[in-house]
Design a binder for this molecule. Sequence first.
Ligand code: HEC
Length: 137
Amino acid sequence: MSRKIAAFAIVLIAAMVTASMLHARPSKRFDERTQMCRIINEGRLGWESQPWGLGNQKFQEVCKSCHSRDNDQGAPFLHAKSYVSKGWNRVFARRNMECAENGSWDSLTEEELQIMNDFLFRNAAWTYDPYGAESCG
Ligand code: HEC
């Protein structure tokens, strides 16, 4: 009987640890272009950086018009998990890929790009790691 209780306790603890890891997404993002620390887990930016917010909306509308799976634009398939958080920050800070330089991003405002960066940063590969991207440095 007590072994059953112990086994149950172990399963419960494992489930709680897993759940807490899944929730530990980055809460802040340092934006190199504006030199600002953006709080992305609350308020308007918190909302807009969720999958249903403006960041993903614009990502689907503009970027995914080329970067969809099996597209005929010669663009690699991209989704939020294509890069880790810092990788996405680099993409938006440098903007040195062909599509950024040839004007394919120009329909987006600076604010939309920042919010898209917030969304991708927050939902990037490995974002469940509690020690991963939780930093402004
Ligand atoms: C008009 C089509 C088009 C649009 C719109 C577009 N891209 Fe691209 N993108 C490309 C192509 C084509 C390449 C590959 C260029 C090359 O061969 O180096 C590329 C390359 C990239 C790369 C480098 C990928 C790699 O693996 O080397 C990134 C990152 C990227 N795009 C991000 C974006 C983002 C973010 C957006 C939206 C803001 C976007 N792109 C919009 C066509 C597009």
